[in-house]
Design a binder for this molecule. Structure first.
Ligand SMILES: Nc1ncnc2c1ncn2[C@@H]1O[C@H](COP(=O)(O)OP(=O)(O)O)[C@@H](O)[C@H]1O
Ligand SMILES: [Mg+2]
Length: 181
């Protein structure tokens, strides 16, 4: 493998082929590069640009979840969502944390002042996705916000059958809609 002066490996893999340019020199393998080398000599991966869309839907759902706090779930959600939206995809971010960090991080709103959040969507049958959806500053990137109200849901739903399916059910009408753009 060719290493450039700044430590980046020259990428000789064909565009779109996932993996290392030279698997034999894979620095995550056991044959080469341990310790600090892991950070300095890193092969460059290439990813194909997604093809333009002429229609949207049904949606692909990506859930970022980890019981541990402070591991980057919210940061990843914001950046992944914004990056996908920049490619022309329509993205709906769903904040499912009563602390509302995603809602705060995306805009200038104060979740404590919101009357309608994902909690209402979950608990009230007459509340729809459109009722709680907020536009963000990024084109194609929308948000269903959350706030401390959501902390009550866990207690209120404890006796409900299939409560783990309630969010999916509430989102389904918008996730299965096909629209042209
Ligand atoms: N890739 C990263 N590198 C450095 N710091 C990060 C990275 N991702 C997140 N952080 C920081 O870690 C902290 C926790 O991230 P956050 O996304 O709020 O975690 P979580 O949602 O899992 O609780 C934040 O201060 C954030 O800025
Ligand atoms: Mg978070």
């Amino acid at each position: 493998m060719n290493w450039s002066e700044n430590g980046e490996a020259a990428n000789t893999a064909p565009v779109g082929e996932e993996g290392f340019a030279d698997p034999v020199s894979n620095p995550w393998g056991t044959t080469r590069n341990t310790g600090a080398d892991l950070h300095t000599k890193r092969p460059v991966r290439t990813y194909p640009e997604p093809a333009p869309l002429d229609e949207h839907g049904p949606a692909r759902i990506v859930a970022l979840c980890n019981q541990k706090g402070g591991v980057g779930k919210t940061t990843t959600t914001i950046n992944l969502g914004a990056a996908i939206a920049e490619y022309g995809r329509r993205v709906l971010l769903v904040d499912f944390d009563p602390q509302g960090a995603l809602s705060v991080g995306l805009g200038r709103l104060d979740p404590r002042e919101l009357d309608l959040t994902v909690y209402n969507l979950l608990m009230q049958r007459d509340v729809t996705v459109e009722d709680v959806l907020l536009k963000t500053d990024i084109d194609g990137l929308d948000l269903i916000p959350s706030n401390i109200d959501l902390s009550a849901a866990e207690v209120q739903l404890v006796g409900e059958v299939a409560r783990e399916q309630m969010l999916g059910r509430a989102l389904r009408p918008s996730s299965t809609t096909t629209t042209s753009s």
